[in-house]
Write a protein that binds this ligand. Structure first.
Ligand SMILES: [Zn+2]
Length: 548
């Protein structure tokens, strides 16, 4: 996701405002207590944990004039424990028409967005069950991207799109709306007026004229998919296609933008080549890669990335990082597509650990720059993100609560990964490490603990205090330096929230860096350098420095 928008430019460095406005203040603030609804949505309670999703068939009809959705989701799940109740979700604005197990109507109880479904007999552990959840109504347009929007394009044609990561997919369809559990695959059937096109996720399986002025478009997702990635893009779309090796590339744009799209979307190939270079094959090769014009900036919908970046380089026609590099490529194509690897393939199991999506996707932008324009530009691009970091709240937030973490998960997340590369201090090893990390966890839902354990095991280092310092505390670690120039001695120590933080760091003079391993205790070293000559490699390590 990328949800920051530009407001009137105040200065060269402060270009963004964040969606979570209360987080943008100048002083650290405690987040407000989570609501009952946030806990119901974000938690993984007993009626979620007692089952494992296998399959959805979302089969709906969308009436553009009435802004009305009706249909059903067939939900197949395996029970992990015996039980008589499961928890699903559907926004309170939508009606539950009926829920069937075979022909048997099931009782249910609604509590804010949650729907607790009760079974007349015990469901048994290890067995697979399937229910049909019928629903209808006018979904609410809410959130920065609208969640689901019923718009008209500039030619007056229907244009309906979804983007519901924060609000949740249950805004417009019933599902088990959390991050931990994903279906293995999914069918999406969307009936719409005959003159329109629906582009959803997965492989296009065909369309059927229903004979009543509507045509059903069928899509098949052949990989695990998170709920918020499931999408509708209904409009007067024109289609063009290409290939990258065996990978089908499908592009959809409105007729008036087709020529611009053909030019701009060509950047998808270089992006895919860069990410495949670092992490291996595009994760959803059977489903193909799609790029679809949308009325908001962009979203990483799995195998169906949406795009609304004005067919121009940079982000919304601006130099996003302010150092000239971002104007060479289309920020939204590069950022949102990075989520195919981190976000869609490797997925956080709880929104609290969303840096696994956004920190990594932002770091992948930096890797794209390094791959395409060289290491120096990669570093310049990465470090330009320092201007967007606030260091006011930890990146990892409270578990089990439906709340988007602070924006530092993007920029500080990427700067942290660049720091980790310097800690590993061997690029060949680093490339193998991040490649193997991705390969190990692809198609899985993981937490930060899994990331840390993997990095510790593969490097043989104890990186836990480093991960914790950057991800679980608000402030940046600072290297404190005290100079005794007369004797050619400098004292150094870390000022950090993690007492065991002992990250090595390069100091001295550029081109002759010396690696030291400060701890919380003062240590000393000899140096011929004066206080103002003595440098810390802050482009390689995201740290504060204080000299006395
Ligand atoms: Zn993102």
């Amino acid at each position: 996701m990328f949800q920051w928008t530009f407001r009137k430019q105040i200065s060269a460095v402060l270009l963004l405002t964040c969606a979570a406005a209360p987080l943008c203040g100048q002083t650290p603030r405690e987040p407000a207590a989570p609501t009952h609804a946030d806990i119901l949505r974000g938690g993984y309670g007993p009626y979620r944990a007692n089952n494992d999703l296998q399959f959805y068939h979302l089969d709906i009809r969308v009436d553009p004039e009435k802004k009305f959705i009706s249909g059903k989701n067939t939900i197949r799940f395996k029970m992990l424990q015996d039980g008589t109740r499961i928890q699903l979700d559907l926004h309170a604005a939508l009606n539950v028409d009926k829920i069937l197990l075979g022909d048997t109507p099931l009782k249910y109880e609604r509590d804010s967005g949650a729907v607790f479904v009760d079974f007349p007999e015990t469901l048994h552990a290890g067995r697979v069950y399937s229910i049909d959840f019928y629903y209808s109504g006018n979904p609410l347009e809410t959130g920065r991207f609208g969640g689901i929007t019923f718009k008209k394009d500039s030619s007056g044609h229907t244009w309906i799109n979804t983007a519901c990561e924060g609000t949740g997919a249950s805004l417009w369809w019933p599902d088990k709306d959390q991050w931990r559990d994903e279906v293995e695959n999914m069918q999406i059937s969307v009936a719409i007026p005959n003159d329109l096109v629906d582009v959803s996720n997965g492989k296009f399986m065909g369309k059927t004229d229903l004979g009543d002025g509507y045509t059903r478009w069928d899509w098949l997702v052949q990989y695990p998919i998170n709920n918020y990635d499931v999408s509708l893009n209904i409009g007067n779309y024109q289609h063009f296609s290409d290939k990258l090796g065996n990978l089908p590339l499908d592009f959809y744009a409105l007729p008036e933008d087709l020529d611009k799209a053909k030019k701009q979307f060509a950047q998808a190939k270089g992006m895919l080549e860069a990410y495949q270079h670092y992490f291996g094959e595009y994760p959803f090769i059977k489903d193909g890669y799609k790029l679809i014009e949308a009325p908001y900036s962009g979203m990483e919908h799995q195998s169906a990335v949406t795009y609304g970046n004005h067919f121009a380089n940079g982000y919304l026609e601006r130099d996003w990082t302010g150092v000239g590099i971002s104007t060479r490529f289309d920020f939204i194509i590069i950022h949102e597509s990075a989520h195919e690897w981190f976000g869609n393939s490797v997925t956080a199991a709880d929104v609290s650990d969303m840096w696994i999506h956004e920190g990594w996707a932002t770091y992948l932008e930096c890797l794209f720059v390094e791959y395409t324009y060289g290491k120096e530009d990669g570093l310049k691009y990465t470090n330009a993100y320092k201007s967007k970091v606030r260091n006011q709240q930890p990146i990892i937030t409270q578990r089990g609560v439906n709340r988007t973490p602070p924006q530092d998960m993007y920029f500080k997340g990427a700067l942290f990964l660049n720091t980790l590369r310097s800690v590993v201090n061997d690029d060949k090893r680093w490339w193998k490490l991040i490649h193997d990390f991705y390969q190990h966890f692809k198609y899985r839902n993981i937490m930060t603990e899994d990331v840390v354990a993997y990095f510790n095991q593969k490097t043989g280092m104890n990186l836990t205090p480093v991960f914790d310092e950057y991800l679980r505390h608000a402030a940046l670690p600072a290297l404190e330096l005290k100079f005794d120039e007369a004797n050619g001695v400098v004292s150094y120590r870390w000022k950090a929230d993690e007492t065991a933080f002992a990250m090595p760091v390069r100091v001295g003079a550029k081109d002759h860096w010396q690696i030291i391993q400060p701890t919380a205790e003062w240590k000393t070293m000899k140096t011929p350098l004066k206080k103002d000559e003595f440098q810390v490699a802050t482009d390689l390590y995201y740290v504060g420095v204080s000299k006395q």
